[in-house]
Design a protein around this ligand. Structure first.
Ligand SMILES: C[S@@+](CC[C@H](N)C(=O)[O-])C[C@H]1O[C@@H](n2cnc3c(N)ncnc32)[C@H](O)[C@@H]1O
Length: 176
């Protein structure tokens, strides 16, 4: 990707942010790698998309890089904000929040707002399969971190047919 060691972007003040107030499901090292890549890679024209935002940690890193390096390009965040219903840990967290169906969505919005990133994202509160049905613009970057079941990942991957040449695709927790 032509990334350089100790590059200019890493010395910029905003690059030091680690969004530590947002629950840690996405580590800082990966976040910095994403920010550096987004700033230094020469993307083809196309939308920036994330499937699976949870409380907004990965969204904060990506949206910040877009804000400072890509002329305020926005990040499309696709998430049901219901948690991954086939993951016990997600069901337990919802239970701990009184099974309030909106706590995750509110938390995501509040977290983005606390870092002045709320206008940097476009929220699609939908299952990814529904969101991609109406998607008609080319994609230049996609981060897939939704449902981690093999079939679900495959479906999300297949929805990437609208990736433009030179686009970047990243996955989290792909089962082997
Ligand atoms: C592992 S979490 C994402 C973590 C997030 N990237 C971060 O930085 O913390 C997975 C997210 O995918 C969402 N999700 C699960 N299945 C989905 C589906 N079919 N469509 C859209 N979102 C889904 C869940 O609501 C949850 O917020």
């Amino acid at each position: 990707m032509g990334l350089t060691e100790g590059s200019r972007v890493e010395r910029l003040p905003w690059f030091n942010q680690s969004f530590s107030n947002v629950e840690e499901w996405f580590d800082t090292e990966t976040g910095k790698f994403f920010m550096k890549t987004i700033c230094e890679y020469d993307f083809p024209r196309g939308s920036f998309v994330e499937i699976g935002s949870w409380q907004g940690r990965s969204s904060c890193f990506i949206a910040t890089a877009l804000k400072y390096c890509k002329q305020y390009e926005k990040l499309h965040c696709i998430d049901t904000f219901n948690g991954t219903t086939n993951e016990q840990v997600h069901r337990d967290i919802f239970k701990a929040h009184g099974d309030d169906p909106d706590w995750l969505f509110r938390t995501f919005q509040n977290n983005l707002k606390s870092y002045e990133l709320e206008t940097q994202v476009i929220i699609h509160r939908l299952p990814s399969t529904e969101a991609v049905k109406t998607w008609n613009s080319p994609i230049g970057f996609i981060y897939i971190d939704g449902d981690h079941e093999y079939e679900a990942i495959l479906q999300d991957f297949e929805s990437c047919q609208i990736l433009v040449r030179g686009a970047l695709l990243a996955f989290d927790d792909v089962p082997s």
